[in-house]
Write a protein that binds this ligand. Sequence first.
Ligand code: RP5
Length: 170
Amino acid sequence: MNDQATPRVGIVMGSDSDWPKINKAADALDEFGVSYEVRVMSAHRTPQVVSEYASSAIERGLEVIIAAAGGAAHLAGVVAAHTTLPVIGLPVPTPDLGGLDSLLSTVQMPGDVPVASMAVGMGGPRNSGLFAVQILATADEELRAKLVEFKAKLVEKIAAKDTSLRESIS
Ligand code: RP5
């Protein structure tokens, strides 16, 4: 994390128990040199903190917020209720219902309060970071160039896997 720079992205999560499941979001931001801050706050346990954080996010320089939560995952929605910044919802896998609970709680927002929900598990956490980069890149030429390079490397990586798999089974 770039501690010197003003954070451009806020990563908030409902519990510290979420962090090991979602830290690939931060890795993706690191990869693109995007500054961010990480906070634990809960829509249910600390609603006032969430409200203050989201309401003051713009004046503190944040441009995107990633909100991760599991179970009755209302954090992203509550954050979105208090800011005009784009909010990326990250449903966290849960032991009881496998994260379907988190997914539905995050994605089923009422009209007028959008949240861009990512996948549960799989590429979700990484994609939340990449999606934040893509949002920032709409007004940041340097990030746009990095994304073009990223896409080109992706093509090379998959082509190498294709070759290697075909060779291994031939
Ligand atoms: C949610 O409850 C959190 O986002 C977490 O996924 C889940 C469990 O929290 P802990 O009981 O581990 O603190 O609010």
